[in-house]
Design a protein around this ligand. Sequence first.
Ligand SMILES: [Zn+2]
Ligand SMILES: [Zn+2]
Length: 239
Amino acid sequence: MSLLRPPLTALVDLVYPPHCAGCGVRQPVGQWLCATCESRVRRLHGPKCPICSRPFGGALEAFLCPNCRNEALHLDFALSVMRSDGLVRELIHRFKYGREFHLRRVLGDWLAEAFSDQRLAATADVCLAPVPLHPARLRERRFNQSEALACWIGRRLGLRVERPLRRRRHTVTQTHFDRRQRMRNLRGAFALRHNADVNDKSFLLVDDVLTTGSTLDECARVLLEGGACSVRAITVARG
Ligand SMILES: [Zn+2]
Ligand SMILES: [Zn+2]
């Protein structure tokens, strides 16, 4: 994919020459990772569930995973690019909790690879929508990682970014819950913003990691209830 670099970023790179986000070695302008670090990350190649991107070790072709077979989602599907382990997990952690805003570039470029999937080929009328962060969490982290990623790929790929959702309460991830319990736990966590116009729009939710998919699905539920015509999701990694 050929991507235009925003001029301001190019200028900043001249003043502060880029270093590898993984090991800190000096890098040519426009490259966020050195070849060694790039070779350490794992993409989600191979068969995976077409709905939730869960990889199938050893399977010859993709089929619906047991979760998606048993429970209908509000999301059409969620597409993840990387496996959430090793350097990928480390970079996401530093981005979210270490306030390393510059990592939106390497993570955002990985996220943009999601668009090589045929199902995202016609995206001209799609709106990117970040998963909102609770205001208290936002003060703590300084920025919303989902929004930073959405803005990065929005600029690079010329896609609209909208913020139709707000977070009413913060929920702790409870991975040991089953799906039904998680959905109950998330009920009321998100709402449409006061002036949000979602009617007849197609949304592509953006997030850093998909673990259980419940948060993204709850966002999709709220958007569909508000009149959106379809909701899909992309994430950098799959936990
Ligand atoms: Zn490196
Ligand atoms: Zn699945």
